[in-house]
Design a protein around this ligand. Structure first.
Ligand SMILES: Cc1cc2nc3c(=O)[nH]c(=O)nc-3n(C[C@H](O)[C@H](O)[C@H](O)COP(=O)(O)O)c2cc1C
Length: 361
């Protein structure tokens, strides 16, 4: 079966976005069991645990699911660079009553080892963000029986993924919550809205395109399918789901968020990501280009973010969320995807009436 056929065979063409720090296996299983497709955010999973985590999902659903890795480059920063970055964070740690952490031995999981473990575990779909696989790595995933989805913020990135043999492109628009995928150009040249990105990626590649960014309900699903996307990937819409693991402080901030509350920031992690604006985002904005690149800054701010969460202080947490997050509602993830699909069908019927494609009933 081709990847296009797999997407067509889904009763509900909605992919739950993998969300490191906000979703894990329970959400993936619930969404796949409901007839859409769940995804495991495996960025933080150690290589020697990867197989067991993936097998545990397989044991709980016969439906297809995805597993996602963030392609962090190996980081060996100079001690001076780490020292400067930690010095910048000292006052924030002090506010929480903490010393800055020691120079870490490791800044992220070893991506190559994670990829090997993922390839051995052979999930139905493997998706990637932040960089691009080699053709040999894609071939190895195919040989193991996994479809490969690459995330792109630009047409050039989509073409690059198609050239290495990706089976599908996740076109992630500027609206999207969380980290953005850009890997060929900087953030400014990679900031394309979902509507423009999906349409232009579709005319550039021959593989299925999955639309991501700003899709929060059935209207957005119908709009993306109307553009020609084969499926949609939704993240922020699941942030208040029963299966979400982002915690009470983050969820309270989401529920209370005013309109237009998100910003792209590099301050937390060293890579641009979209989240609710808070004091850390505002006060670090002037120096955000100077912090070490991902994953170094991400690791250095980790204990601060965790302590702020524990203290119930949203001002020093990375509250990742997309531009339309005020449309997020609580509920069970499986029920949400069923509701959105019913809404999408109703939207399509209303459009058919509006366009004269069917006679009014
Ligand atoms: C809290 C959060 C965490 C995310 N983590 C990941 C991740 O681990 N891997 C990934 O490829 N994308 C991640 N994303 C991005 C999503 O895959 C997707 O592009 C985005 O959620 C779509 O935009 P939306 O939030 O407006 O639906 C994350 C998004 C959010 C909101």
């Amino acid at each position: 079966m081709s990847f296009a056929k797999l997407l067509e065979s889904l009763p509900i063409p909605i992919l739950q976005a993998p969300m490191a720090g906000a979703s894990f296996d329970a959400m993936a299983v619930a969404v796949s069991e409901a007839g859409a497709m769940g995804s495991l955010a495996a960025a933080g999973v150690a290589p020697d645990e990867m197989g067991a985590v993936i097998d545990a999902i397989r044991a709980r659903t016969d439906a297809p699911f995805g597993v996602n890795l963030l392609m962090a480059p190996p980081a060996r920063p100079e001690p001076a660079e780490v020292g400067t970055a930690l010095a910048r964070l000292t006052r924030w740690y002090a506010e929480l009553g903490l010393e800055v952490p020691d120079h870490p031995n490791r800044f992220s999981q070893d991506f190559d080892a994670q990829l090997q473990a993922l390839t051995r575990a052979a999930p139905p779909v493997a998706s990637f963000s932040f960089a691009i696989l080699t053709k040999a790595q894609v071939d190895a995933l195919h040989a193991a029986g996994s479809y490969v989805v690459g995330t792109a913020n630009t047409v050039a990135e989509a073409k690059a993924w198609a050239e290495v043999g990706a089976d599908g492109i996740c076109a992630q628009g500027f609206e999207a919550g969380g980290h953005h995928a850009y890997f060929l150009e900087g953030i400014e040249a990679s900031s394309v809205g979902t509507m423009a990105l999906v349409a232009t990626v579709l005319q550039a590649v021959d593989v299925p395109v999955i639309a991501a960014g700003g899709i929060m309900d059935g209207r957005g699903v119908a709009a993306a399918l109307a553009l020609g996307a084969s499926a949609v990937q939704m993240g922020s819409a699941f942030l208040l789901a029963d299966e979400a693991i982002n915690g009470a402080t983050w969820q309270k901030a989401l529920r209370e968020a005013p309109d237009d509350a998100t910003r792209l920031t590099r301050a937390f992690s060293g890579r641009y990501a979209r989240g609710l604006e808070n004091r850390f985002v505002r006060e670090m904005a002037a120096v955000q280009e100077e912090v070490p690149a991902y994953p170094v800054q991400n690791r250095l701010s980790q204990a601060m973010r965790a302590a702020a969460d524990k203290a119930g202080d949203p001002e020093m947490m990375s509250l990742w969320a997309g531009q339309a997050v005020t449309l997020a509602r609580p509920g069970a993830a499986g029920e949400m995807v069923k509701l959105w699909w019913a809404q999408a069908q109703e939207t399509a019927r209303a459009l058919a009436r509006r366009t004269g494609a069917t006679e009014p009933r």
